[in-house]
Design a binder for this molecule. Structure first.
Ligand SMILES: [Zn+2]
Length: 107
């Protein structure tokens, strides 16, 4: 399939998709997701962060999904966004390295 590059009118970001895709800008979408996540209380956030540190990926994704009432794909993306933030800020708190963290998850 041929992919085309679309440009977002809001943020100017570009992304590739199939010509008939109705998907909205992934850059704007992840910004909205982060905004949603930021609205969770500190307790919820700490609970989710703990799941991320402990590599409870599926449980973490489910928790984010239920907490925010979003789609699974959005929740998965949010998990990975949060993972990246935590990995950068508190890398030592993870139970394993970045290399093995996603082993068996994306396959
Ligand atoms: Zn955008």
């Amino acid at each position: 399939m041929t992919l085309i590059t679309k440009k977002c009118e809001v943020c100017g970001g570009e992304w590739q998709c199939s010509p008939d895709s109705e998907a909205s800008c992934p850059h704007c979408e992840s910004r909205q997701l982060k905004h949603l996540f930021a609205g969770l209380g500190p307790e919820r956030t700490a609970e989710i962060d703990a799941l991320i540190y402990e590599r409870n990926i599926l449980i973490g994704i489910k928790k984010i999904k239920e907490s925010l009432g979003i789609r699974l794909a959005q929740s998965t993306e949010l998990f990975s966004i949060r993972y990246t933030e935590l990995r950068a800020a508190n890398g030592h708190r993870f139970i394993c390295s970045d290399d093995c963290y996603w082993d068996g998850f994306y396959s």
